[in-house]
Design a protein around this ligand. Structure first.
Ligand SMILES: Cc1cc2nc3c(=O)[nH]c(=O)nc-3n(C[C@H](O)[C@H](O)[C@H](O)COP(=O)(O)O)c2cc1C
Length: 197
């Protein structure tokens, strides 16, 4: 899959109608869904959340959650839908998401993240990837970030989408955290170097 141009996952934006529109503009773009919580898929008719427009673009299903069992079940259910990849959200800073212990706050718990991903990989027919931040709160964006990525690559995660700024979970609202602190693309370049080795 050529990931040169992706339309990022955006809540209340990248629904299937928007993705259909994007597909008319570019058949090459990789499209992302909005983040969908694992339980929304598990507790409802999966069609309701997973039905994808009939587009030829590769489409990445992004899910959220922190229960390995729930994520495995949602991943299993998604196998039958036309997604090319399933992505775990480790980047959302919203207070609601944080209080549910998923999204960016999960970057503080590497073991739980590994556990979630391993359960997803056990049942997924598609590649499993992650979307991360450069860190969360006082996370050390040098050594700890390298370790985080290295540990996930050891369990078979090969694709990392990076929102190139730290998630600040206290003192900023999610909208402010889209512009503060500044983007740090240099750090992302370094991640690429590490992954090439
Ligand atoms: C309205 C909106 C909704 C978003 N929803 C999600 C989401 O559901 N999942 C996710 O991983 N990122 C989400 N993001 C983050 C984007 O995918 C992307 O990483 C971010 O906007 C990049 O910021 P930048 O343009 O400053 O680099 C959202 C961003 C916006 C603006």
């Amino acid at each position: 899959m050529d990931r040169f141009f992706c339309i990022a996952p955006m809540m209340r934006r990248t629904d299937r109608h928007f993705r259909y529109l994007c597909s008319l503009l570019s058949s090459e773009a990789i499209l992302f869904t909005e983040m969908i919580h694992a339980n929304a898929i598990n507790r409802n008719n999966p069609e309701k959340f997973l039905n994808n427009s009939d587009v030829s673009n590769s489409t990445v299903l992004q899910i959220g959650g922190s229960s390995p069992k729930e994520l495995r079940e949602a991943t299993f259910k998604s196998n039958e839908f036309n997604y090319s990849e399933i992505n775990l959200n480790l980047g959302c800073p919203s207070p609601k998401v944080q209080s549910g212990n998923f999204g960016a706050v999960l970057m503080k718990d590497l073991n739980l993240v590994k556990n979630c991903l391993q359960e997803m990989m056990k049942v997924s027919k598609k590649e499993v990837s992650v979307k991360i931040r450069l860190g969360v709160d006082d996370f050390d964006i040098e050594e700890s970030l390298d370790d985080f990525i290295f540990e996930l690559s050891k369990i078979g995660i090969n694709t990392f989408y990076v929102h190139a700024r730290i998630a600040l979970l206290k003192g900023l609202d999610p909208k402010e955290n889209r512009t503060i602190p500044p983007l740090n693309y240099e750090r992302v370049k370094k991640i690429k170097e590490i992954l090439k080795k």
